[in-house]
Design a protein around this ligand. Structure first.
Ligand code: COA
Length: 291
């Protein structure tokens, strides 16, 4: 494992930074939010369910002694996004937006109804766009710099069977990051992405790793580093990318997956070759012939 954790960040690194995490009440968004708060950020989270937001806010209060701002908002609704941003800005402008809210499930694409397709694409693609456009508009009008970061998936780069709406939507979000990096770069607005590999969460695991998948090779076998990710590792990358240390990075999506997608690209035989004993490699060497 990763051994003793030593943080490379100053404990007040994010002091004065006002950050909105969409879908920040659960899963990876919650873990990233905890890290941001621990480093002094002023955190705002939104989600669809008031009770989940309230529970997370209470947990932050109990464990970190910090009050966070919560907003019930379905990012699929552009008007609701604008109303939420109005309410957030009434307390002060944001410095960072993290598009984290997502929807996904396993399904054969030919069986998806239009509503099923929309349910995922509306959250992941449109929701990220509505939030980014709204925040960007306010930053540009005020002459403020800012960072809009989005959580992507490997499928944005490679496609992915059985999660096609999500793959299409995440690919669109990646195109947004690259496009706006250029369009909004002159305003000092950065757009960046993070591509997490296997970081277990209750939501993703129950949806994407159902019982039916038990019996498959362990996920770790498909990861070059042979382990799953730990939430604090993802959170640390998300801290770096919004920090001043990353001020020259824009339009880039950083993969943090232990080498999973490259292990997959290398093909199944790479895994077998990784198991070969020295004797197999030795047998492949050319035999020295006596002269
Ligand atoms: N397979 C096929 N179709 C599905 C489905 C599944 N597993 N889950 C939902 N759908 C379809 C529904 O049947 C419905 O279509 P229909 O009316 O034509 O039958 C459509 O999607 C909308 O379903 P509904 O439950 O009303 O949508 P919703 O907007 O309430 O929720 C999600 C859809 C994706 C947002 C929901 O699964 C969710 O809340 N997920 C939690 C967040 C999440 O997925 N995070 C990502 C973890 S990896």
């Amino acid at each position: 494992m990763t051994g003793v954790r030593v943080s490379m960040y100053r404990p007040d690194l994010l002091r004065g930074q006002r950050i909105l995490i969409t879908g920040g009440g659960t899963g990876l968004g919650k873990s990233i939010g905890q890290r941001y708060v621990a480093l002094g950020a002023d955190l705002v989270i939104c989600g669809r369910r008031a009770e989940v937001l309230a529970q997370t806010a209470q947990e932050f209060k109990d464990t970190l002694g910090v009050s966070i701002e919560t907003h019930v908002c379905d990012v699929r609704d552009a008007q609701a996004v604008t109303s939420m941003m109005d309410a957030i800005w009434a307390n002060g402008p944001l410095d960072v937006l993290l598009n984290n809210a997502a929807g996904n499930f396993l399904a054969r694409t030919e069986r998806l109804s239009p509503r099923a397709f929309d349910a995922v694409v509306d959250i992941v693609l449109k929701g990220s766009a509505y939030c980014t456009m709204d925040v960007g508009r306010r930053w540009i009008a005020a002459g403020r710099k800012g960072t809009a970061m989005s959580i992507l998936t490997q499928s944005a780069m490679t496609g992915m069977p059985y999660t096609v709406p999500s793959a299409m939507a995440k690919a669109g979000a990646l195109a947004m990051i690259r496009s706006l990096a250029v369009e909004w770069g002159p305003y000092g607005i950065r757009t960046v992405g993070v591509v997490p590999g296997p970081f277990p969460t209750e939501g993703a695991w129950s949806r994407l790793m159902p019982q039916e998948r038990i019996g498959e090779a362990p996920i770790e076998q498909g990861v070059a580093l042979r382990r799953l990710g730990e939430h604090h590792e993802l959170a640390d990358l998300c801290v770096y990318l919004i920090s001043d240390s990353a001020a020259f990075i824009t339009g880039e999506a950083v993969v943090i997956d232990g080498g999973r997608w490259l292990q997959g690209a290398a093909g199944a035989s790479a895994y077998h070759m990784q198991q070969w004993p020295d004797s197999t490699w030795d047998s492949l060497k050319p035999k020295k012939t006596a002269t």
